[in-house]
Design a protein around this ligand. Structure first.
Ligand SMILES: C[S@@+](CC[C@H](N)C(=O)[O-])C[C@H]1O[C@@H](n2cnc3c(N)ncnc32)[C@H](O)[C@@H]1O
Length: 363
């Protein structure tokens, strides 16, 4: 048991079971004991590794995408380059290095980070000292933006509902007493069924009894705000994450600790908790805010369209044999269908009247 387990158990004893969203918000974001608040979770020594930590190619190609999109926007003299949940700041560091290929773009950008973790803010400051930090998207500057969110939406709290013969009931986290006198956390359905199912995605409403539906209200609220921002001030956004293109029933809540799957309800605060992104619902939320959403693509197809194969060849030409092996393995990891290439998707969103971004010229 962790200090956070005792705190969550106290809350449940006092006020009853917590929604999974409330449990996730505490496990990830409790100011003292939350997973992201107290440690740097990335890398071989950490719990998991993300695309920008696998290879510099990822951030460099996104940097070139940003420079190209800025040109397609008519090269505005000022643009906010925004990253949501920037982790260690590695992606933005690589983006900015690539941006120097187009000096006018590099001069036009000011970097804004949306981050809640003080530990990770420190890491980001070490790599990108001139950024401006925000606790939420609400305070982003009122100007055109280019926005990147890599593995951000999967870290936001989800709610789960399960279908029974009486309707859809919320799955809540409760205390399961142990014979030894202690407790475990476990799931319990809310006694009342949802009176109104309009919050659930249409694609799950016909699911059979026992099916689980997920929603991510925090993610949808952020997407709607950003969609509105893009519609009012212009710009484009890229969200890259693992998830599914169509809303479908399924329990996708997972915990990862030490590069392995763990029980999401054991030791809150000690493992990363995520859920697959429902890109159909996310796209709807961006569109509701007023932005244009382009067809979903896979990470493999997106990076290939941006020229990752050629970039890997050029880097390998200057590399020693060990480095060349690393570049080949990073390319495989980022793009191969059995690795991140297909599970990870890229959703591109723009201001409604903007020219097509790269990859969609004929769309
Ligand atoms: C899985 S990490 C991804 C890090 C980085 N984008 C990368 O690709 O390496 C999730 C990031 O989102 C941040 N984060 C999580 N919840 C957040 C929230 N509600 N608002 C802002 N940042 C959040 C975390 O602190 C962390 O920086």
């Amino acid at each position: 048991m962790t200090p956070l387990s005792d705190l969550i158990a106290g809350l449940i004893s006092g006020q009853g079971p917590l929604t999974i969203a409330d449990y996730m918000a505490l496990a990830l974001g409790h100011p003292q004991h939350g997973y992201y608040m107290k440690q740097v979770p990335f890398g071989e020594q950490g719990d998991f590794i993300t695309a920008p930590e696998i290879s510099q190619m990822f951030g460099e190609l996104i940097g070139l995408w940003c420079a190209d999109t800025w040109t397609r926007m008519g090269s505005p003299p000022e643009i906010a380059l925004v990253e949501l949940g920037p982790g260690r700041g590695t992606l933005m560091q690589d983006v900015l290095r690539a941006a120097t290929a187009l000096p006018a773009f590099a001069d036009a950008v000011e970097v804004h980070f949306v981050e809640t973790s003080p530990v990770l803010t420190g890491e980001q400051r070490a790599r990108v000292p001139n950024a401006t930090w925000h606790a939420s998207v609400a305070t982003l500057p009122e100007k055109p933006l280019l926005l990147i969110a890599n593995e951000f939406f999967d870290a936001l709290p989800i709610r789960q509902f399960q279908r029974t013969e009486r309707g859809w009931h919320e799955r809540c986290v409760t205390l399961i007493p142990q014979e030894s006198g202690g407790y475990d956390f476990g799931l319990q359905l809310s006694p009342e069924a949802l009176a109104n199912t309009s919050m659930l995605p249409l694609g799950v409403l016909d699911a059979p009894q026992g099916a689980v539906a997920e929603i991510c209200p925090a993610g949808e609220a952020i997407a709607e705000t950003l969609g509105n921002h893009l519609a009012r001030f212009g710009g484009a956004a890229l969200t890259i994450d693992y998830g599914h293109g169509q809303s479908a029933p399924g329990d996708t809540l997972q915990a990862v600790r030490g590069h392995d799957y763990a029980d999401p309800f054991a030791d809150p605060g000690e493992a990363d908790l995520t859920a697959h992104v429902d890109f159909a619902s996310l796209a709807q939320a961006f569109a509701k805010g007023g932005a244009k959403v382009w067809p979903l693509t896979t990470q493999g197809a997106f990076l290939t369209m941006l020229g990752i194969t050629e970039r890997a060849k050029r880097l390998s030409a200057k590399a020693n044999p060990a480095q060349a092996r690393d570049i080949k393995s990073a390319l495989e990891r980022l793009t191969a269908p059995k690795e991140m290439g297909t599970l990870f998707k890229v959703l591109t969103i723009t201001a409604p009247n903007m020219a097509a971004p790269a990859g969609f010229d004929a769309a």
